[in-house]
Design a binder for this molecule. Structure first.
Ligand code: PGA
Length: 246
């Protein structure tokens, strides 16, 4: 039985004090069942303070660099994240790929580096509107998944959380239908089965992301191959965030 994992992705929103207030309030109202993991991916500057007040929520970073240390101005290492108790990191988000030119090779290096240090990568994949409309979603996502899992051992592969996020559904209000989301998430599970075997594909967690809201999350999560959601806009307000976890 796979657990559900719902993670808010705050992107570049909120200040440190707003984030701490948010987490305190959510924590005071939160009742997480055994079958759910809930958390938020916050900007790196507030990870440390937010981590101190989060008792039930998982606090994830939104990015990291794959090198251990060195002359990489502006980057954050895995050791730095570990030192403040952060154990989840979003990698390969489409905004990182598109705006900050991250490619599959870099994302593979991040995946390997995180797994080596026993952190959980939340690995994003997903296609553009153009790719979707030309019917090439599956081959596009297959390339992203295959590259991201290069040299990842079978045991490590089980620990990765995959987030399928069609770019055309991110922040657009244009949510993929539960059928489309299920179809691709099922396909991703098959890809993992082909790369490894059923012992991995049966347990690996696959989230859907893209305009998920309290009003549509139930239907999305009722799909057999969808184990959770990565949620941007609807994770920024306390009521809406709590609504996602109900
Ligand atoms: P959205 O963002 O929920 O605002 O569409 C999702 C994401 O980018 O992870």
């Amino acid at each position: 039985m796979r657990k559900n994992i719902i993670i808010g992705n705050w992107k570049m929103f909120k200040t440190n004090s707003e984030a701490v207030e948010f987490v305190k309030e959510v924590e005071s109202k939160l009742n997480i069942g055994d079958n759910l993991t809930a958390g938020i991916a916050v900007p790196s500057v507030m990870l440390s303070d937010v981590k101190k007040v989060a008792k039930k929520l998982i606090i994830s970073a939104q990015n990291c660099f794959f090198e251990a240390e060195g002359a990489f101005t502006g980057e954050i290492s895995i050791k730095m994240l570990k030192n403040i108790g952060v154990d989840h990191v979003v990698i390969g988000h489409s905004e990182r790929r598109d705006i900050f030119c991250e490619n599959d090779e870099m994302i593979n290096k991040k995946n390997l580096a995180l797994l080596k240090e026993n952190l959980t990568p939340i690995l994003c994949c997903g296609e553009s509107l153009e790719t979707y409309e030309s019917g090439k979603t599956k081959e596009w996502v297959k390339k992203q998944i295959t590259e991201a899992f290069k040299n990842v051992s079978k045991e490590d592969a089980k620990k990765v959380v995959i987030a399928y996020e069609p770019i055309w559904a991110i922040g657009t209000g244009k949510v993929a239908t539960p059928e489309i989301a299920q179809d691709i998430c099922k396909e991703i599970r098959m890809m993992i089965k082909d790369l490894y075997d059923e012992s991995v594909s049966d347990v690996i967690l696959i989230q859907y992301g893209g305009s998920v809201k309290p009003e549509n999350i139930k239907e999305i999560l009722s799909q057999p191959d969808i184990d959770g959601a990565l949620v941007g806009g609807a994770s920024l307000q306390v009521d809406s965030y709590l609504g996602l976890l109900k």
